[in-house]
Design a binder for this molecule. Structure first.
Ligand SMILES: Nc1ncnc2c1ncn2[C@@H]1O[C@H](COP(=O)(O)OP(=O)(O)OP(=O)(O)O)[C@@H](O)[C@H]1O
Length: 364
């Protein structure tokens, strides 16, 4: 059943020729990895670990030395390259826009290649520019050098989405944008991805970008070895190996606070009858917001009321936030051989490599 995953790497290796005779060490060694339909899977890891090579093998910019890559069940080596590009958009750092073509012409690249007529192409370009937040009347006729880095990156995303591909490959897509702009682009891109349901495989060396954008994170080490493949929360709360712990490193608690939410078990009894009147937080709020609230509103250390469904249901204190952090760490206790084979526990429970056990984003 190929409909639960969009891309499958099956025993894939890549060895680049070492400058001259012989071969170098494998850039990618015997990789098994499924990208589920409609998910954002982020590959993260140190420089040179094989992230880009992995991504570029999917759209055949790099040919594997061994193994197979399937796109919705089709072996990519058997798919005509133009068809392949139509089914897989590709966004890279610094975009690679054609400098002497306007924004509209850049976005129209693939439709033109596919022989779409002028009207259909024009309508699509307009729609895409709107989607990525670039008003067509302002931007369509500009040239790349007349745009900011973030705007160029948006054009890159629009161009990659032109034929509404089921899969989008992104290699450090926001790497060249300043931190504030990057955050905004990440948020907007997540919105677009949810709207379109596109399957995304994204490469980054930035662990924060990974945990912010991913449904699942694959942490890689040299040779594209999967150290851990799990939800962002699990990776941050319970790094499966020293290599993952090193990558998550400092700031782990801050990341947990952003990822975790206030739950019933974190609450303390509502002390006194003031819960209805004082400023409060909501059950389900992000822990970082709860902590901010405690710092601002809880000078006496008695805690702040927590509301649910329009009424006060308990109280949260600094102690409760600590308890919540421990809860998050416990909930994501490592499974015995989690890091070993790059598959998740559900997959192993079902007896190995059988596809079709993955829940899509909507149903998970
Ligand atoms: N065209 C090439 N020829 C020879 N070796 C290559 C080539 N491209 C990549 N490599 C080597 O393959 C290994 C993996 O490179 P890759 O670009 O996939 O890593 P990466 O994880 O994406 O790194 P970065 O984060 O620095 O971009 C590295 O050792 C790199 O030097």
């Amino acid at each position: 059943m190929a409909d639960e995953w969009a891309i499958r790497f099956d025993g894939v290796s890549k060895t680049y020729p070492a400058g001259g005779a012989g071969t170098g060490p494998a850039a990618v060694h015997d990789l098994d990895l499924d990208v589920r339909a409609h998910e954002v899977l982020v590959l993260v890891g140190p420089s040179g670990c094989g992230k880009s090579t992995t991504l570029r093998m999917a759209n055949r910019l790099v040919e594997p030395s061994a193994g197979r890559i399937l796109l919705e069940g089709d072996d990519v080596t058997r798919v005509d390259p133009v068809q392949l590009r139509r089914r897989m958009g590709y966004v890279i750092q610094n975009v690679g826009l054609f400098p002497h073509r306007t924004v509209a012409q850049n976005v129209a690249t693939i439709p033109k290649l596919l022989g779409w007529d002028r009207k259909r192409t024009g309508e699509r370009v307009e729609q895409l520019l709107e989607l990525v937040g670039l008003a067509p009347e302002r931007y369509a006729k500009r040239y790349p050098h007349e745009l900011s880095g973030g705007e160029r990156q948006r054009v890159g995303v629009a161009r990659a989405l032109a034929t509404d591909p089921p899969v989008l490959l992104m290699d450090e897509p926001f790497g060249a944008v300043d931190p504030v702009g990057r955050r905004r682009l990440q948020n907007e891109f997540s919105r677009i991805q949810r709207e379109l349901g596109t399957t995304v495989m994204l490469v980054t060396h930035d662990i924060d970008e990974a945990v912010r954008m991913a449904d699942r994170v694959a942490v890689l080490s040299s040779g594209a070895t999967i150290e851990q493949l799990a939800s962002p929360l699990e990776v941050v709360a319970r790094p499966a190996s020293a290599a993952v712990a090193g990558l998550v490193g400092g700031g782990r608690t801050a990341r947990l606070l952003t990822l975790g939410r206030l739950e019933w078990s974190d609450l303390e009894d509502l002390a006194g009858a003031d819960g209805a009147t004082r400023p409060h937080v909501q059950l389900g709020d992000e822990l970082s917001a709860v902590l901010d609230h405690l710092v601002d509103q809880d000078a006496g250390g008695v805690g702040v009321p927590v509301w649910d469904a329009g009424r006060p249901v308990g109280r949260v204190t600094g102690q409760s936030v600590l308890r919540a952090l421990r809860r998050l760490a416990d909930e994501h206790a490592p499974s015995t051989d989690h890091a070993a084979d790059g598959r998740d526990p559900g997959e192993r429970a079902s007896g190995g490599k059988t596809p079709g056990v993955h829940a899509s984003r909507d149903s998970s």
